[in-house]
Design a protein around this ligand. Structure first.
Ligand code: SF4
Length: 387
């Protein structure tokens, strides 16, 4: 069974911002998602391909491992294409490292212990390279729900600390590079920091914060990092922050000004996330017997359905209803499902010329969003609406 550290690297952005969350989260079930299992499978595929490319396993072993992975229920035909992006990125770095020095070190799926700064802290670096004073850690993120950048990424920094603790005695590491490859979002990002700066951050910030978190001490602090917190629905600090957000001082006018609307937009996203979390949690608890005064469980809407579609078709056809009328026209699978079935590369090879990406509908987002400003907003919006 996988070990779970109280202060895991993947939850570092959370416990570093809100130290007591680590102990509070222990009181709530850690539900595993199918996405995590899918990610593990993609990592296994990446690992064996890298091992084969670096001569650590032979072709026979590679093929037998691939067969095992392909027989997994979560395997899809597009997985090798995405994993290839990760493997190729690592191999490019291998070539660069070899060009710099013949003593380059490559480690695949390396256990990294950063307990010098974080009690019981450890993790796994997908791919670690050390060459000519620079250490680089590459991390495959197979998810596509949340974009993850390497810039200032706490998880990657902890891995880097673990790698310094492991290899710093043998290698002179001056610079640290951290790269996140998120192939399903077409994203590769890298952050760089000097080893001295990283260790200073670890000593001055990580060590004392981790100790507070490990002891269940420190101040609760709600923010964007609450998203994956297991305590997020019942956490009082998050509720306080959201209820504070909901208080709004209107300017003296009968209608909202543009400034009012801009302010409310800034609060609405977090508030609606919180409200949705509370609704899901309350339903779950109510189904297990919790009683919320003034609320009850009822049956939701449901749609009628056929119990035997073949029989229904047979009777209707016998009653002279035409086949093309009683059946829906055949419809192609959507592109995501088709890629899973055929594979991303193969699909592009076969029918790429018939795939286009039409312009997206305009959406209002915070100005920090990385996408460029929508052009000729009015005209394009009209066009999209008319389609
Ligand atoms: S929900 Fe947010 S504020 Fe509450 S414990 Fe978790 S991280 Fe801290």
């Amino acid at each position: 069974m996988a070990q779970h550290a109280i202060l895991s690297a993947s939850s570092a952005s959370r416990w570093m911002a809100c130290p007591p969350c680590a102990r509070l989260e222990q009181k709530f079930e850690n539900r595993t998602s199918p996405y995590a299992a899918e990610g593990t499978l993609a990592h296994e595929l990446g690992e064996i391909n890298l091992k084969h490319s670096l001569g650590e396993i032979n072709k026979r072993k590679l093929n037998s491992e691939i067969k095992k992975i392909e027989s997994h229920e979560l395997y899809t035909a597009d997985m090798p294409d995405y994993v290839e992006t990760y493997v190729n990125t690592c191999l490019e770095k291998v070539s660069e490292a070899k060009a710099k020095t013949k003593d380059a070190l490559f480690k695949i799926e390396q256990r990294l212990d950063f307990s010098e700064w974080v009690p019981e802290g450890f993790g796994t670096g997908d791919f670690v390279i050390i060459a000519d004073g620079t250490m680089e850690i590459c991390d495959l993120k197979y998810g596509k729900g949340v974009p993850v950048s390497a810039i200032g990424n706490k998880q990657m920094r902890l891995y880097a600390l673990g790698a310094i603790a492991e290899f710093g005695f043998l290698y002179d590491i001056e610079n640290v590079k951290m790269t996140i490859i998120q192939p399903r979002l077409d994203s590769i990002s890298t952050d760089e920091i000097s080893a001295d700066e990283l260790i200073e951050w670890a000593e001055e910030f990580v060590k004392p914060t981790a100790q507070l978190a490990f002891n269940g001490e420190g101040e609760f602090c709600a923010g964007e990092h609450c998203g994956f917190c297991r305590a997020k629905t019942v956490c009082k600090a998050r509720a306080d922050k959201n209820l504070e957000l909901a208080k709004y001082e209107f300017r003296t006018s009968d209608t909202l000004s543009d400034k009012d609307i801009a302010d409310i937009l800034g609060k609405a996203e977090e508030l609606s996330k919180w409200a949705k979390d509370i609704q899901e949690y309350a339903l779950d608890q109510a189904l297990q017997g919790a009683n919320y005064e003034g609320w009850k469980i009822v049956e939701g809407r449901s749609n009628r359905k056929y119990t035997d579609t073949e029989k229904v078709a047979e009777i209707l056809l016998n009653n002279e209803y035409k086949e093309d009328k009683i059946y829906k026209p055949k419809e192609l699978q959507g592109l995501t499902n088709m890629e899973k079935l055929v594979g991303k590369k193969k699909l592009t090879e076969l029918v790429g010329e018939f795939i286009v990406k039409p312009p997206g509908k305009p959406v209002l987002v915070n100005e920090d969003d990385k996408r460029p400003v929508f052009n000729s907003a009015k005209a394009d919006f009209q066009e999209v609406k008319e389609k």
